[in-house]
Design a protein around this ligand. Structure first.
Ligand code: HEM
Length: 506
């Protein structure tokens, strides 16, 4: 027994102390500097500390600043000053290579296949209940197979049909607003409203919400998300997964219930297709159609894999889209001239007709506004990778196993890349350039980069344009005096106190 405990202690020390020390030594030898870590928390204490020297974002005369980097990532902003745009920091005993230099990113990713990158193992435990083994999580040849099966479902031809699935929940939300205004309450919390509507839209476009099971999955998915957010986690710290056992258990239980409901939806769908009924034109319907018509191994997904993809679309797709719209409404509330410009464009493109898919690509100015909102307030504030082999960047080596944290907020707010007007809302910078005039083509990364770039970006653009067109046609809006500008990171970049808006029917 004693020998066993000794062995266990040695193993733990080796795993959590000796190995990280060795990795640190190797990284230092390769020239990567960074703040000194302390065992066992690494640099977490410093990251959790209240920060000094943070730029204020609100001024007395209601002027709001978009210069948010040192506010949302104060520790990275400070470490950047001392260690430059590429350095190593530690989450517990896990080393992270911080990258805010697009040229380094380009050299690091050139020649490394999408399938050779992993996603940090330390985050997997937390994300397992949400994504299972869906596309966000899988690696290597498994990722190639999933991506290969899923990509065609997001083709423009397939997305076309989904515009209709989006209209109804969005219209329902706007009808509710009209009722609120008529009953004397013109103030709405847009973030809350749009997150619910976007959840309903993604559930409809992913697996259908037409029956009770679909609605139940939706309710439970939202419940799980709240549960996971509420747990205060110490990612990377040895044994941290045991720190919030109640939430972990609740998330696990909800996960099992969701899986069961989705399994029953998928089985019913399969039976209905096999009995000759036309498949539903949502993402699940398209994936099932592909799987059943091309059932060879390697070209289809199993039922369990389909369950995980439905969850992945829900968690990967609704909040990010809701936040893109939320930040856009903040920016448009601050710039009523742009609300007007977009309304004129909608009048020219849509006029008195019903909005349809081909019209969306003609809404060009709306596309610039979307890009500018994603630049200033990127809902996904970072991209992550983990090296699954030694990666050479010129004469440096990033050792196998090193995690990477690409600071998208830093790059999107870097005056060296965008010029002195970097923190101004200027959608026209995207008029003739899909990179918005950024000096480096890897400096604008709202949807990530390389082979693992967001698979849902066309769907999200469509939803953004449908919902924004409907809002702008029926309402104008201004910022409520109750709004407090405090962008903060809770997985995504969100307004800490919501987005209260005063709405005016047109
Ligand atoms: C404004 C909205 C959205 C933003 C900002 C966004 C952002 C991102 C980012 C940054 C990544 C990681 C890319 C990387 O690591 O290089 C990603 C991946 C992914 N996104 Fe999105 N996303 C959005 C909407 C959606 C939607 C609507 C869906 C699905 C319905 C979706 C599904 C996915 C999936 C499945 C992946 C994993 C791709 C892979 O690893 O191969 N996303 N997204």
């Amino acid at each position: 027994m004693e020998v066993f405990f000794l062995f266990l202690i040695l193993k733990v020390l080796l795993l959590f102390w000796v190995t990280p020390l060795r990795v640190r030594h190797r990284l230092q030898k390769n020239g990567f500097g960074g703040p000194s870590p302390r065992f066992p928390l690494g640099n977490i204490e410093e990251m959790k500390k209240k920060q000094e020297g943070v730029t204020p974002l609100e001024f007395a005369d209601s002027i709001i600043s978009h210069d948010i980097h040192s506010n949302v990532f104060p520790y990275f902003a400070r470490w950047q000053k001392a260690h430059g745009k590429v350095f190593v920091y530690w989450l517990g005993t896990e080393p992270f290579l911080y990258v805010a230099d697009p040229e380094f990113l380009k050299r690091m990713s050139t020649g490394v296949l999408g399938k050779s990158w992993g996603k940090p193992n330390v985050f997997k435990h937390d994300r397992q209940p949400m994504f299972g083994k869906g596309l966000v999580m899988v690696e290597g040849d498994e990722w190639v197979r999933h991506r290969h099966v899923i990509t065609p479902a997001f083709s423009p031809a397939n997305l076309k049909v989904m515009a209709d699935l989006m209209m109804e929940p969005a219209t329902k939300m706007l009808d509710k607003w009209t009722l609120m205004v008529n009953s004397g309450n013109p103030e709405i919390d847009f973030e809350r409203e749009i997150t619910t509507t976007a959840g309903e839209i993604i559930a409809r476009t992913s697996f259908g919400l037409s029956n009770q099971n679909g609605r139940e999955v939706f309710e439970k998915l939202r419940d799980m998300q709240i549960t996971l957010f509420n747990s205060n986690r110490y990612v990377g710290v040895p044994f941290s997964k045991f720190m919030s056992p109640k939430q972990t258990l609740k998330a696990k239980k909800l996960g099992e219930e969701i899986d069961e409901l989705l399994l029953s939806i998928i089985s019913a769908r399969k039976e209905s297709i096999l009995s000759g009924s036309p498949p539903q034109r949502d993402l699940l319907g398209l994936l099932l159609e592909g799987s059943l018509s091309d059932g060879r191994k390697g070209k289809s997904l199993t039922t369990k894999e389909l369950v995980d993809e439905c969850k992945t679309f829900f968690f990967g797709g609704h909040e990010t889209t809701a936040l893109a719209l939320t930040w856009t409404l903040l920016l448009l509330a601050l710039h009523p001239d742009w609300q007007e410009q977009l309304r004129e464009e909608i009048q020219e493109v849509v006029g008195d007709k019903t909005l349809d898919y081909p019209m969306l690509s003609a809404l060009r100015k709306m596309g610039w506004v979307m890009n500018e909102a994603l630049r200033l307030y990127s809902p996904a504030p970072n991209a992550q990778r983990q090296a699954r082999e030694d990666i050479r960047v010129d004469d440096l080596v990033i050792p196998n196993g090193t995690n990477m944290w690409i600071d998208v907020v830093a790059m999107h707010h870097d005056p060296a890349l965008w010029g002195e007007d970097v923190n101004e809302f200027r959608p026209e910078r995207f008029k003739d350039d899909i990179n918005g005039g950024c000096k480096h083509k890897m400096g604008f990364l709202p949807f990530g980069f390389g082979g693992r770039m967001c698979v849902g970006r066309n769907l999200t653009t469509m939803e953004y344009k449908v919902v924004l067109t409907l809002i702008l046609t029926r309402f104008s809006f201004s910022l409520s005096p109750a709004y407090r500008h405090s962008p903060s990171i809770l997985l995504s970049l969100r307004p800490r106190h919501g987005l209260p808006l005063i709405i005016h029917p047109l």
